[in-house]
Design a protein around this ligand. Sequence first.
Ligand SMILES: [Zn+2]
Ligand SMILES: [Zn+2]
Length: 348
Amino acid sequence: MKAQVFRGVNQLSYEEISVPTLEADEVLVQVLVVGLCQSDIKKIRYPLYEPPRIFGHETAGMIASVGSQVQGWTVGQRVAVMHHIPCMRCAYCLNDNFSMCDVYKNISTTAGFNASGGGFAEYVKVPGHIVQNGGLIPIPDDISFEEASFVEPTNCCLKAVKKAQLAPGQTVLVTGAGPIGLMFMMLVKYFGGRAIATDLLPSRIEKALEVGAEAAFDARDPDLPAKIQALTRGMGVDFTLLAVPSDKAFFQALDCTRKGGKILFFAEFPDEVEIPINPNILYRREIDLMGSYSSSYRLQGLSADIVFNRRIDVKALISGHYPLKDLSQAVNQAIAPTPETYKILIYP
Ligand SMILES: [Zn+2]
Ligand SMILES: [Zn+2]
C-alpha cells in the first residue's frame, strides 16, 4: 500500500510499504478521508518525534478486514477511527482527565513503524483496546466520509467549550478564525452562546460572520476592548477561547474578558514562549486561566451526534482536497494559507 512516511523534519516520503497484519482482536480500516490537523503539521515541521512514523488521526474509512476474535464489526462497515482511548482505570481517568492518562497518550493506531495515528496511509490498523472501547464509530449512511472525519476535531473543540462551562446567553471571544476558531464559533452558537471573533485576515473575519459569529473584528483594532464592552453591556466577554498561539491575543483576552471570567488556552504555543503576568490581575479580577488539550472520551457520543445530525455545518469548513501523494503540498498550503484556506482533507 502507499503511505506518507515521516523520515525527518520536513521530510515526507511517499512510499510503498506492506499492509499491517492483524492480531486476532484487531481491525484493519481502509482510509478514505483523513483531516490534516495543526498537530500533524507540528509533528512534521519540528523535531518532536523520532522518524520513521506515519501520522494522520482524523480518520474515516471502511473496515477492510477483522481479526478472528473480533465481534460486532464486519468488512465493509463505514467507521470513524479514534486514535487513542483512555484506560478508564487510572487516577486521571477516574477524575475525568482522560487526556492525561498514559494509555490515552500512547497512540496505538498504526499503518506501520512506531504507532503515530497512521491515517496518512491507505490502510490503518486499529488495536483491540480501541476496537473494544468505543474507538470505532459507525458512520450513518447519509453522512459522507468527509463529514465523519470531523468527529475527532469536534470533540477537541467541544471539550474546551464544555470545560469553560458555556451557558446559554453567554458571550465568548474566539481569537483566530481558522478551522478551529470557526468550529468554536459554530459550537458556541449551537449551545446558545454569542461568539465574537478576531482574526488578521479580512476573509476570515467575513467567514466568522458567515458561520454564526455575532461580530468579528480585526485583531489589530486598537478599539477592540471598547467594541467588546459595547456588545456586552460594558462587562466584557464571559470567556475567551485562544485559538491562536499568540501572546498578543492573550493580553487582548485579559482586556476583553469580564471580571470573574475565564481565558482558555487551546492553541499550543512554541515551547520557548513565556508570558509575564501580574498575578493581581488574576486575584483582583478573579480571572480563571485554563487549558484544554485533545479530546474527551466522555464527549465522544455528543461529538458524533453533533457531526452526524449536522448540528454544526462542518462542510462549510472544508477548503481543500488533496490526494495522499500530495500531502507535502497540503502542509505547505496550511502553513501559508490563502484567504480561502480552512480545513484541508487528504484522500488516501
Ligand atoms: Zn486533530
Ligand atoms: Zn487512564
